[in-house]
Write a protein that binds this ligand. Structure first.
Ligand code: COA
Length: 170
């Protein structure tokens, strides 16, 4: 049984993440999407339970995909679920340096864990969670780039602010 872990902050998940999950689910027996706040550079907009809820909803039809969270080192989590592969998405060349460093560091920490990179459909290469949040916050349309549940959660979070800013502008 080949188990792979797709880790990330997923704050929030986008159709680009979903594209990677679908591709990975065709390559492995089981994919575990592992949500974490261990990335100290980020200050998440959504709490971990909301991100788990969103990921569970958007992957509910994928039989070999499960969703989980972890704290601490990724390699320790990967070992604890008996996985041997880490999946990461590579959108553009600028992702490469960070991903390369992370993959080699994870290999240094555990030589039995391999990282593989999948490329999302090109229509998602310019997408990121921060860009999605900024555009929805400012009232822009993210149709086709985020799942419906993400749109709802973002509007719940920013909806009132948006309406206020529209009123002030008038
Ligand atoms: N489509 C759209 N966007 C994508 C994407 C795709 N296919 N793949 C990545 N992104 C975007 C995300 O939206 C996110 O954008 P943002 O920076 O605007 O929020 C960015 O790329 C990266 O996010 P994500 O894929 O969620 O990864 P991350 O960089 O937040 O996650 C961890 C990094 C969690 C994997 C890493 O910090 C980790 O392993 N932490 C655990 C602690 C540890 O072991 N540290 C040592 C590591 S060597």
């Amino acid at each position: 049984m080949k188990i792979a872990v797709y880790p990330g902050t997923f704050d929030p998940p986008t159709n680009g993440h979903l594209d990677i999950i679908k591709r990975a689910s065709l390559l492995f027996d089981r994919i575990i999407i592992a949500v974490t706040d261990s990335n100290t550079h980020k200050n998440p907009t959504f709490d971990i339970d909301t991100r788990l809820e969103i990921l569970k909803e958007i992957t509910k039809k994928m039989n070999n995909v499960t969703v989980d969270s972890f704290h601490g080192l990724l390699v320790d989590y990967v070992k604890s679920v008996k996985a041997t592969v880490i999946v990461r998405g590579l959108r553009v060349i600028s992702d490469f340096e960070f991903e390369f460093q992370m993959a080699l560091m994870n290999r240094k920490l555990d030589k039995n864990i391999e990282t593989i990179f999948l490329m999302p459909d090109e229509k998602f290469t310019y997408l990121s969670s921060s860009v999605v949040k900024e555009i929805v916050h400012l009232g822009g349309n993210m149709e086709c780039l985020i799942p419906e549940i993400v749109k709802e959660k973002l509007l719940e979070k920013y909806g009132n602010k948006n309406r206020d800013s529209v009123k002030k502008a008038r």
